[in-house]
Design a protein around this ligand. Structure first.
Ligand code: AMP
Ligand code: ZN
Length: 119
C-alpha cells in the first residue's frame, strides 16, 4: 500500500496520528472530522495515498463506487436522519480553487440538524 511519509491522512491510516474511527476495511478508512462543520461530519479516505479526485482513473472506479455506496449507510449509523426529511451532504474538495487543504483524497459526509457551521 503506497503511503506518503509527509501526509497527515497516511499517518492516520498507519495509526501514527489518532482518529475517531467510524469504519475500516481493506481499502477504506472512515473517521470523524476534527473540526466538524455539522453535527455529523466524517471523512472517508482510501488507505492508499491518492492526492485528489483529479488523480482518479479507471482503475479506481471500484474504490470510488464502494466509498459512495458506504456514505449513506454510515451517515444513518452516525445519526443523520433518513431520506427525505433527513439526509446528508457529500463533498470532495479538489485542488486549491476547490478548497482542498489536505492532499490525500477524502470524501466529506455531513448531516444532522441545522444550522451548520458552514453551508
Ligand atoms: P479539505 O479542506 O477538504 O482538504 O478538508 C480537510 C479536512 O480534514 C478538514 O475538514 C479538517 O478539519 C480535517 N482534518 C485535518 N486534520 C485532521 C485530523 N487529524 N483528524 C481528522 N480530521 C482532520
Ligand atoms: Zn496520504
Amino acid at each position: 500500500m503506497t503511503a506518503d511519509p509527509n501526509c497527515i491522512f497516511c499517518k492516520i491510516v498507519e495509526g501514527k496520528i489518532p482518529s475517531r474511527k467510524v469504519h475500516e476495511d481493506d481499502e477504506i478508512l472512515v473517521f470523524h472530522d476534527i473540526q466538524p462543520w455539522a453535527p455529523v461530519h466524517f471523512l472517508m479516505i482510501p488507505k492508499a495515498h491518492i492526492p485528489s479526485l483529479a488523480h482518479i482513473g479507471p482503475q479506481h472506479e471500484g474504490l470510488m463506487g464502494r466509498m459512495l455506496a458506504l456514505a449513506p449507510r454510515l451517515a444513518l449509523q452516525e445519526g443523520c436522519g433518513p431520506y427525505p426529511e433527513g439526509g446528508h451532504r457529500v463533498v470532495i474538495n479538489t485542488g486549491a480553487e476547490g478548497g482542498q487543504e489536505v492532499h490525500h483524497l477524502h470524501v466529506h459526509v455531513m448531516g444532522g440538524p441545522r444550522p451548520w457551521l458552514k453551508g
